[in-house]
Structures are given as structure tokens and as C-alpha cells.
Write a protein of this length. Structure first.
Length: 182
């Protein structure tokens, strides 16, 4: 039993949000704080495919990536509890979303456009942002995806604060969420 979050001991915690929101780096720190294992769905997809995400998009196309993403998440939601960071498009898939909503507590890391542009500019390997102007692409993804991400159990705003502060906010929000749902 997890002593920090005793009453959701069987549910995984799934991080959702746009590219650059910090799902992986904050998710990893959150897992440490909660004494849970961490897994990143993009890493699992790369392992399963044996090549990078950029190569999957380029060689097999986005749909092949989405199919792999769906399968990886289906598997992970049946495995023991942990913190799962998803790629930004995962929660947009209706069946995947339903599966995540049923089996996990969802945390949306919400960030504004400037933060996302700045953070995604630090690391490449995101094929969607290479199809045009990254700011415009992120803006249109915000318009399309934020109304759907809003269905998350917990919403946390991430800004220029350090990740440790965000992790503390998530832990408190999880404790509140558990209190309210028991
Ligand atoms: C994607 C986000 C990426 C990765 C892929 C597609 C998206 O993950 O899954 O490039 O559709 O938003 P991150 O959100 O971890 O960058």
C-alpha cells in the first residue's frame, strides 16, 4: 500500500498535456515522490518499434504511430499501478481516453503557449512541430486539444516555477482528490 496515497492504491496516475508541458520530467519526479514506478508511453513505443518516433512518423506515417500508441496504452492500463506519462496526442483518441479515464487518475499539465514554444524549442524529435511554424502548430493544438484535456480529474498549471513546486502541487491535489472521492 502506498502511504502517501493509500486509497487509490490500484489506480495508475496518467499525465496528459501538450508537447513541452513537462509530462515526462514532472511525471518522473512525481513517481519518486510517491514511491511508484514511472513509465513513458513514447519510450515504450520506441522500444516496441525499434526506432525513434521521428523515424516511425517518417517511414510508417502518423497513423502507424497512433496504432502503436493505442496498443502500448492498452497494455499499460492493465499493468500494476505507476505514473504514466503519455504523448500529447494519446488522450485525443476516444477509446484510449475511455480506457485511461476508467483505469487511472488523470492529471493535465496545462501550460500557456509561450511556455510550450520555449520548452519544445529546447529538444527536437517531435515530428508534428516540424511540419510548419511551431508556434502556430502549438496554438492550433491548444485550440483543438485543451477542451478535451479539460476532462482530466486534476488540472495543474505549469509555468516558469521549478518542477519540484509543480510536483508538490500535484501531490496536494491528489490528496484532495482522494479525500473528495472517498
Ligand atoms: C505527440 C506528442 C509527442 C509524441 C509524438 C506526437 C502529439 O509526445 O507522442 O511526437 O501528438 O502531441 P510528447 O507530448 O511527450 O512530446
Amino acid at each position: 500500500m502506498n502511504t502517501i496515497l493509500p486509497s487509490v492504491s490500484d489506480k495508475s496516475i496518467v499525465m496528459i498535456g501538450l508537447m513541452g508541458a513537462g509530462k515526462s520530467s514532472i511525471g518522473r519526479r512525481l513517481a519518486d515522490a510517491l514511491n511508484l514506478e514511472f513509465v513513458d508511453t513514447d519510450d515504450e513505443i520506441v522500444k516496441a518499434a525499434g526506432c525513434s518516433i521521428a523515424d516511425i512518423f517518417e517511414i510508417y506515417g502518423e497513423q502507424a504511430f497512433r496504432d502503436l500508441e493505442e496498443r502500448v496504452i492498452e497494455r499499460l492500463t492493465h499493468e500494476p499501478r505507476r505514473v504514466i506519462a503519455t504523448g500529447g496526442g494519446a488522450y485525443m483518441h476516444p477509446e484510449t481516453r475511455e480506457r485511461i479515464d476508467e483505469n487511472a487518475v488523470t492529471i493535465w499539465l496545462r501550460a500557456d503557449l509561450d511556455i510550450l514554444v520555449e520548452r519544445t524549442g529546447r529538444r527536437g524529435g517531435r515530428p508534428l512541430l516540424e511540419q510548419g511554424n511551431p508556434r502556430e502548430i502549438l496554438k492550433s493544438l491548444i485550440d483543438k486539444r485543451y477542451p478535451v484535456y479539460a476532462g482530466a480529474d486534476i488540472i495543474i498549471d505549469t509555468g516558469p516555477d521549478g518542477h519540484d513546486i509543480t510536483v508538490q502541487q500535484i501531490v496536494s491535489a491528489l490528496q484532495e482528490y482522494i479525500k473528495a472521492s472517498t
